[in-house]
Design a protein. Structure first.
Length: 416
């Protein structure tokens, strides 16, 4: 039995890292495509059983059988179809593994009936790199016969003088995915897990007539560990500027950087008008991260002289968003959650409404101060300014990112 069948449409997945593996799990559950073709470019272990064990067992989410069918359902969900051709079946979904090519341009996607490829390697992030680059490129998938390629990471153009190619775009499902044009866009990025959660958290604020009046914004993501970190302390590479990246992920809280604020400007261009800072704090947990959003608003006053923006006002914005256009993607919670409660939870972001806080102060400008700026006949000004602290959970692996990535892949697939 070959997976290649006329008129079938298979999803290509390049790499079985954290996102690639969970994408296969997701497809086995939702079956948005006729099957999945996974390119590894090498063999795993000694035989197909070793590969299957790697795929169906997971430290964070448990076994694939339990993930798909629950505690009392069938656990033996993988069935070998053709041992030599690395063909097997997961819960009724065909899966084929390719092991011979690592360079994207040499992967025979067209021969495998793959139109859309999700690249999960983290190696090919520059959309301006030509398809025939010696070390491979994102565009190589198009040369291999795919019609669209979707990167499971933010774009990073190495040459700062090069502009974003016209056929490339960064998108987050539920935020700007409707901007996708099948005739124009062939190389896409689903941004990062943090940008996905952050964009869903901040969009309803930007759409509100009062909350959109932001003076400055800062974000910290308290982020679970990733495979880019060292298990134990290691020696930094030549020229390394951040020595903390090689410290043990098991034993430290590590201050780090994030490109989420820059990526957010591509997803929500209006954020460019607001001062925005972002950083990351890496902690020794395996998944679920927390967005801590600090915003200073130019708050108006109601008829009684009270600030319009307060805790209830902001929580009501999120409640409406969770029931409206962001239903199923933004969830408003008034529970007292801890991170493990959100493992695998299907939402781009879960607002921790219980911890929303605001405080309003006033900027007082005396008449003589205004006069020094050349303002004629000045009157003292009493400006209300409201500071808010908002919290949002997101399962940076499966629950938030893979679900939104899969939704975007499904949307692109339906537009062929």
């Amino acid at each position: 039995m070959e997976i290649r069948v006329k008129n079938k449409n298979y999803l290509g997945v390049n790499s079985l890292g954290r996102i690639g593996k969970l994408m296969v799990w997701h497809q086995a559950a939702r079956k948005q495509f006729d099957g999945v073709v996974v390119n590894l470019g090498r063999t795993v272990g000694k035989n197909i059983e070793d590969l299957i064990q790697t795929l169906e067992m997971d430290t964070t989410y448990g076994s694939l059988g339990r993930f798909l069918n629950g505690m009392n359902g069938e656990k033996d969900v993988v069935k070998i179809v053709d041992r030599d051709k690395l063909l097997f079946d997961i819960n009724g979904m065909p899966v084929k593994i390719l092991t011979s090519e690592r360079n994207p341009k040499n992967i025979p996607w067209k021969d495998e009936n793959v139109r859309l490829v999700i690249d999960c390697t983290g190696q090919y992030v520059d959309p301006s790199t030509p398809y025939d680059a010696a070390k491979g490129s994102l565009r190589g998938h198009l040369a291999g016969g795919a019609q669209k390629v979707l990167l499971s990471a933010p774009f990073k153009i190495k040459d700062k003088s090069v502009k974003m190619p016209e056929d490339a775009a960064m998108m987050v499902y539920g935020i700007n995915h409707l901007d996708y044009s099948p005739d124009k866009h062939h190389v896409l990025s689903a941004a990062s897990c943090t940008t996905t959660g952050l964009s869903h958290m901040i969009m309803p604020l930007l759409q509100d007539q009062e909350a959109c009046k932001m003076l400055t914004t800062s974000m910290s993501t308290v982020h679970a560990a990733t495979n880019t970190q060292s298990v134990l302390d290691s020696v930094p590479k030549t020229g390394a500027s951040d020595l903390r990246k090689t410290r043990s992920v098991f034993n430290n809280i590590i201050l780090s950087t994030t490109g989420a604020a820059k990526a957010l400007e591509s997803i929500l261009p209006q954020i460019q008008e607001i001062g925005f800072m972002a950083d990351s704090v890496r902690i020794p947990t395996n998944t679920v991260s927390l967005l801590v959003l600090n915003i200073t608003f130019s708050s108006g006053l109601d008829a009684k002289g009270n600030p319009i923006i307060n805790r209830k006002y902001l929580n009501d914005i999120f409640k409406r968003a969770s029931e409206g256009s962001q239903n199923g993607m933004l969830v408003f919670s008034e529970k007292q959650n801890v991170s493990s409660d959100l493992t695998g939870f299907n939402a781009a972001v879960v607002i921790e409404g219980f911890e929303t806080h605001t405080r309003t102060g006033f900027i007082n400008l005396a008449a003589e101060t205004l006069e020094s700026y050349g303002i004629k006949d000045p009157k003292a000004i009493h400006l209300p300014v409201t500071h808010a602290k908002l919290f949002g959970w997101y399962d940076n692996e499966y629950g938030s990112y893979v679900n939104m990535l899969s939704n975007l892949a499904d949307y692109v697939n339906k537009k062929f």
